[in-house]
Structures are given as C-alpha cells and as structure tokens.
Design a binder for this molecule. Sequence first.
Ligand code: PLP
Length: 363
Amino acid sequence: MSPFLDLPPLSAAQFAAIEDRVAALLHTTADVIVTQGEALLPLEAAIRGAAHPGSTALNIVTGPYGQTFGNWLRSCGAKVVDLAVPFDSAVSAEQVARALDENPGVDFVSLVHAEAATGNTNPVAEIAAVVRAHGALLMLDAVASVAAEPLLTDAWGVDLCVIGGQKAMGGPAGVSAVSVSDRAWERIAANPAAPRRSYLSLLDWKERWTDAGRTVLPHAPAQLEMLALDACLDRIEADTLASTIARHRAAAAATRAGVRALGTLVPYVHRDEHAAPVATTLRTPSGLHAAELVGRLDPALPVQPGGGPLAAGMLRVNHYGTAASLETVRSVLSALAAALPGTDSARAAVAAGEAWDATLAAL
Ligand SMILES: *Cc1c(COP(=O)(O)O)cnc(C)c1O
C-alpha cells in the first residue's frame, strides 16, 4: 500500500481553492495560475507572453537566472538592455532609474527577488516604484523569496509574480504559479507572438480555465504535487507566514555570524541587508575549491558548491524550508569547523545562537 497511489481525483474546485490560497500568500487579488511544472515554466511563459519584436526589455542580472531571462527575451525578438551588477551585492533603485532614463523605450523589466544561487536579495519595493513610474511591466522571480521575505505583489505593483514550492515553502518542485495583473493580461493579449495552443501559453489558461469560471480543468491535474502544495500552505498557515519568514531571516543571520566567528570563510555577499534569507554563499580561501571542501562534509548537510564557474571559490549553504533552523545552521558550522583546520566550532555555535535570538527579537 502506498499513500501516493490510488488517490481519488483532484477536482476543479480543489485546484481553484489552491490557486486562491496562493493568491493570498502573494497578497494579490490578481489572477493566479498554478502551472504544472517547475518554476522555469511560468518564468518562460511570462516572458514569451509579454516580449515580442519591437519591445524593449530591461533585464536586471544579479545572478544566473537573470542571464537565462535575457536569453529568452532575445529569442522572442525583443531588444534587451542588460543591467548587470556584481553577484556579491544587490541592484539599487537608483541604478534601475538611471537605466530607464537612458532607455526610454523599455516596456518590460525582469527582476529576481532573492537569488538562491548567489545569495543576494534585491529591494523590490523601491525598484517596482521606479518601474511603475516609467510605465513598464514588471516580472518578478520570487521563487526563492516567497515565504522567506515579505512579498507584497499588489502593493508593490508587480505585474507578473512567479513562485515555486521548493524553496522556503518547503514543498514540491513540480508545481509553480504566476500572478498576472490586468495590465499584464492586456499586454499579453495584444501580443501577436504570445504562445497559443502551447504548454507555455498563459492565454490558453485564461481562456479555458480562469475566464471560463474554473469549473473544468484543461489538463489532468498534477495531483501529488497539488496535494503537496496544499499541505505546505497548511503548514505555513499553522506556523504563520510571519514566523516562517522570521525563521529564514534568523537562519541567514546565524549562518553569517557563525561563519565570521569561524574566521576562514567569508560571506560572499558583503552587506547583511543584501543577503538572501534562503541561502548563504561563502567565499572559500584562495586555493580551496568549494567542491573539495564539500567533499569533506557529510553529504546529508544542505551545502553545495556554487553553480558552474562560481564553484571554484563559492560555497552555498541552503537554509530553506525545514533547514531554516538553528539546529541545521549549527550542524553546518560544526561540520565546516571540522573540515577547516584552525577554526573554533564552539565560538561559531555561540555566535550563531546570539544572531538567531537577536534577529527574532528585533522582528
Ligand atoms: C531555485 C530558483 C528557481 C528555480 O530553479 P531551479 O533551477 O529548478 O532550482 C528560479 N529562480 C530562482 C531565483 C531560484 O532561486
């Protein structure tokens, strides 16, 4: 007997109710479409829906996902202005305002909120205000920030907000969601190049599902993932969203404080206010490849080398979902201390505990 098999079918009403719960999590009254695939699906769908030859996109690159978005935008025939900042800091609203002033034709802006891959986070409220004043649409990749940071989709004026379940929500990777503002629907509907009769088509979902009253699902629902998504929304509700966010912030602060006390590794993102709550990236000492260091650790710990070319000098500590705990942070610190000669595990554990408590007390 498997709890995963022979389940009763998931109804359209259940699917719609889960969409409504996601909308509440995103603080939006816009349409939310739950997409049946990993978060790259709605990210690509949003870009291909909005971009076209003749449009100009400002693509903000603060990590590897921004590079992916730029490639999709170019493949849609859009003119792309890349605003790239070093991966060890955040982009500022002033930098975005300057780029928009220099490129008055920009009608679409893509931005990543928190970057799990590089460990930084961007000031979305301020950036969104600048984008709104310019009149462009804003697409936000909030996959690594949802449930780890405040995410005020409507209050900030985010037109396309994309999330996935697999980071701070502690849920499944096989479903994701995108909220679509009225402005975004107008733009996508007016785009002759927007995908239709395609798995990437947001318009198909609008026509066949949202506008049709959400009574008949256009495709068989990904049932296990939907049930898992519902269960992780239950858990966030039981713990409260505020305390889920607080736990992630405290985990980042504790990791940074503990690592500083260890002394050999340095936080890759310099300033605490630019540090993402889901993952802390660390610079390894010169000559020590992150993969070599990871090889000395228990493989069960949520530590990995940076992606691609970053792996030479970047270690990534993931503290999201159930790993956003002081216990996990201390296990990682003590394993790092054991792997790095001359470091003091006890001091790191104390520093992490103090930072954890101070962060929770300040919220
Ligand atoms: C994790 C993440 C995604 C999802 O992509 P995966 O490569 O499947 O992990 C998208 N965007 C951001 C910013 C992420 O951190």
